[in-house]
Design a protein around this ligand. Structure first.
Ligand code: F6P
Length: 373
């Protein structure tokens, strides 16, 4: 009997999503005779029943295209903004899934999407997910698609910043994405030869950073490149944040919790623009001129790398095979050269940050890179 599957992409877009959609769709149709539809704009499209047929012509010519042909959104099934209110819309999503007589729904996304997919799994839908994000922070998979492309873009940016930093004998602080994980800054920092790499996993001491820069300026290297992750914090800021988070977590009464939440929010706002503040302090501490480059969404745009196309194709085709075998409730993880189903429960609620004994960190230190500690 013909199987019907749906696909949606949710959370921030990333290069390789179309390669994955193509991989799932082609394998599902060519190898197993399934029919495939897509839902537009993530979980919102599932709720609003906005679909697109993913037949042969729709899947053709999309391998090299960035973003997602389906569109995406950060809307959550249980907290969907609806006319100024946050409503639980999961029942409507279940209804639409049934209306299309789907045998499985594939959700492509990062940590948040894995959590939202689990919510629908618990409602009785057959769910399979794929791990995508430029942050590479999804648990239980070797790597996520999108990361390799972003790593290439970030590395090229650091390469380009070298000549201008060198010419002006300046400090250049380049901020990279990654949310609360340091994979992008660490990877691009090493590959691009940054002199200082600051990541969320290692709160930095600004005096140690200034010292490393001063040492370089006293040698024949009159410039320094600092690759900093958007989530990196000074030791002081990290301690304050941790205390505020603990206060909120330990608050027992409703009033206490409300007060602690407000204090946490205020602190987060006060700690915003950390990269700009770092650059200004380094000018004061070293007497050198400093400039900031915030790479932002350019890291998520454009053509996926060969590595991401391969990974997305590998996971997408494995996903179709698993659905054909009747597997559900799993994320198709990258494992070595292959793909492996991992129960969604084991993925959700965890974040894969850089372990302090990771070989990349060891390499960075041995290369003489200042890690801010
Ligand atoms: O999760 C991917 C990511 O690009 C993070 O690195 C970044 O913090 C966030 O998304 C930005 O989100 P948005 O595109 O919603 O501004």
């Amino acid at each position: 009997m013909t199987k019907f599957i749906g696909i949606l992409t949710a959370g921030g877009d990333s290069p390789g999503l179309n390669a994955a959609i193509r991989g799932i769709g082609k394998a599902a149709q060519n190898s197993f005779g399934m029919q495939v539809i897509g839902f537009r704009d993530g979980f919102r499209g599932l709720m609003e029943n906005r679909t697109v047929r993913l037949d042969g012509p729709a899947l053709s010519g999309i391998l090299t295209i960035g973003g997602t042909i389906l569109g995406t959104s950060r809307d959550k099934p249980e907290k969907m903004p609806m006319a100024g209110q946050m409503l639980d819309m999961t029942d409507l999503m279940v209804e639409n899934y049934r209306k299309h007589q789907l045998d499985a729904l594939v959700c492509l996304g990062g940590g948040g999407t894995q959590k939202n997919a689990l919510t629908l799994l618990k409602k009785g839908l057959n769910i399979v997910t794929l791990p995508k994000t430029i942050d590479n922070d999804v648990a239980k998979t070797d790597i996520t698609f999108g990361f390799d492309t972003a790593l290439g873009i970030a590395t090229e940016a650091i390469d380009r910043l070298h000549s201008t930093a060198h010419s002006h004998h300046r400090i250049i602080v380049v901020e990279l994405m990654g949310h609360n994980a340091g994979w992008l800054a660490l990877g691009a920092g090493i590959a691009g030869g940054a002199d200082v790499i600051l990541i969320p996993e290692i709160p930095y001491d600004i005096h140690k950073v200034a010292e490393a820069i001063r040492r370089r300026s006293h040698s024949d290297k009159g410039f320094s490149i600092i690759a900093i992750s958007e989530g990196a914090k000074s030791k002081e800021d990290a301690a304050l944040l941790q205390a505020a988070e603990e206060k909120k977590a330990n608050a027992k009464k409703k009033e206490e919790k409300k007060k602690a939440s407000a204090e946490l929010l205020e602190l987060v706002n006060r700690q915003a623009n950390g990269t700009i503040r770092l650059s200004q302090r380094l000018e004061e501490l070293t007497g050198l001129e400093s400039r900031v480059t915030i790479l932002g969404h350019v890291q998520r745009g454009g053509t996926p790398s060969a590595g991401d196309r391969l990974l997305a194709s590998r996971l997408g085709t494995a996903c179709a095979t698993l659905i054909n075998e009747g597997v559900s409730g799993v994320m198709v993880a990258a494992r070595g050269e292959g793909a492996e189903p991992v129960p969604l429960e084991e993925v959700v609620g965890k974040r894969k940050t850089v372990p302090l004994d990771h070989p990349w960190l060891d390499s960075a230190r041995r290369l003489g890179t200042c890690m801010g500690d």
